[in-house]
Design a protein around this ligand. Structure first.
Ligand code: TYC
Length: 101
């Protein structure tokens, strides 16, 4: 019988640690009303009035603002839900996602 070597030394792991988190970013534009931006932030991201106002004003003044950080699929779903609401209302309000660090 031939010698058989069973390699127990390498273990391909599917455990890749914690999933990479993604930021959802709100972008400023010149047309979307401030109140509508706040409405979308409250509806999709569950933000209260103070946080909605703060994030909307930060994007308004600086050009963009991180809304929150989520697992990638949640971040992408929320960004497209928010974008869809804006589009349905006739606004070009932009939400993007990117890896968190
Ligand atoms: N700049 C818009 C205005 O003056 C308001 C606004 C704020 C739009 C934040 C988008 O992400 C935004 N009506």
């Amino acid at each position: 019988m031939r010698d058989t070597t069973i390699d127990r030394g390498t273990k391909t792991s599917l455990k890749l640690g914690r999933p990479q988190l993604h930021k959802v970013i709100l972008h400023n534009d010149d047309f979307t009303p401030r109140e509508f931006v706040m409405l979308v932030l409250a509806a999709v991201f569950r933000l209260g009035e103070d946080d909605s106002y703060r994030i909307m004003m930060t994007a308004h003044k600086l050009g963009a603002c991180v809304i929150a950080v989520y697992a990638q699929d949640i971040a992408e779903t929320k960004a497209s839900e928010a974008g869809d609401l804006a589009r349905e209302a006739g606004f070009a309000l932009l939400f993007t996602t990117e890896p968190d660090e």
